[in-house]
Write a protein that binds this ligand. Sequence first.
Ligand code: BGC
Length: 364
Amino acid sequence: MHLRLLTLSIRSVYLALMVLLTAACAVEVTPAIPTSTPTPVPTPTRTPEPEVDAFTMNQRLARSVNLGNALEAPNEGEWGVTLKEEFFQVIHQKGFTAVRLPVRWSTHALKEAPYTIDPEFFKRVDWAVEQAFANNLAIVVNMHHYEEMALDPTGHQARYIAIWEQIAEHYQSYPNALLFEPINEPNGLLNAKHWNDLIAVVLPVIRTTNPTRNIVIGPAEWNGVRALDELTLPPDDRHIIVTFHYYNPFQFTHQGAEWVQGAESWLGTEWKGSSAEKQVLQYDFKQVEQWATDSQRPIFMGEFGAYSKADMNSRVRWTAFMAREAEARNFSWSYWEFCSGFGLYDLTTSKWREELVQALLPPQ
Ligand code: BGC
């Protein structure tokens, strides 16, 4: 028999059986058969949220931690960290309000136009974003270590913009608790002038699909305080949180850091918290505060931390002082970082380094 006819006759038998069965059931179960067409279950969509202003959103970033050395390694895992569900859970349980997620998009996108981002990598970032939300954490997704941008910003501009266009489109319907950060620590040839020019190009691209999402933007020179005065932002875009990074005194925070030339010779540098030492930091923080008041922008200290080769007492003193000084000025902060060389959390024992955590989150 022709295959289609066979199928039809099987279907007729099936239908007849169903009618009989339904009739039989109707005797016992009331009400029996729906008389109108059931309404299909709608596909879940995210309800659009009211926009959140940048100052309010910055409070969600109040006490954050960087999930460093995972997705900004050339490939996740190559720098010793593979993200796990439990990270997000313990971070939330400990009292942090948000995470900053460094992401090296540049090694996961085509080298040539249209510079498509690897869908598998996108899924991995989606997973991380969902983990943050599931644990009531806001999340800042940045672009980290696009190193070519520091060497040849003009040559890489089209690719950089195309990558952001894809990220922005992909997450356009995500909740407000997802923030974008267009680049980590612009440096090298991506100087203040070049970076301002690039902001003027990338921001409108992101705004096409994300008109009111809060975006984290920092100054040139590795997000350094000194470059804040040179940062140009569109005055009428009020959904911007301004970030800076702080690692001074550098010879203390980066002593023994393998990636910093000469850092071996700084080993043993302490931070005692003398008034002279404190004044240096306070002077810088006051400058940021003044800039924030003048420009009416909220401030996020997106990275600060002292490497594990410094002595623990100094690290604790410095970290606590930094956090309190930031809080006193309404800067939100994000410690660098969760479980690697600066880490708050020991991966080998799955335990927090309580002294450091207490420095950040003292008992109320
Ligand atoms: C870099 C890290 C580095 C940290 C402290 C971050 O911005 O991405 O690789 O460990 O700064 O130097």
